[in-house]
Design a binder for this molecule. Sequence first.
Ligand code: 5GP
Ligand code: ZN
Length: 112
Amino acid sequence: MDCLFCKIASGAIPVEHLYEDERVLAFPDINPQAPTHVLVIPKQHISSHAEAAAADTDLLGHLLWAVGEVARAKKLDGGYRLVINTGPDGGQTVDHLHIHLLGGRAMHWPPG
Ligand code: 5GP
Ligand code: ZN
């Protein structure tokens, strides 16, 4: 499958590994929108949050926990924001589920 984040997950495209285990990988976003901007992905291809299935719930929980591990390692003690852009209206540009971890500055609300 011609999926950018599958290639990153498999190591075909090298990235800095900020957290990794058998199921998930965290790496820096190439175009950071905050002092800390990390992407956390399942190694298994799930094309979007909208495509996640009941069988994926354990993986989804693990993914969310792994984001917390990265936030703790980055010492984002003031807080942070998690974003899952989903589909065209959500602004998703890479069709492999990913959680954005944004921190190191105050975030705005409402988002754009
Ligand atoms: P989306 O818009 O789908 O929520 O987020 C995709 C993110 O992937 C964007 O923030 C973009 O900067 C990031 N991105 C796109 N291509 C690459 C890449 O080749 N390497 C890394 N590390 N990030 C990428
Ligand atoms: Zn993929």
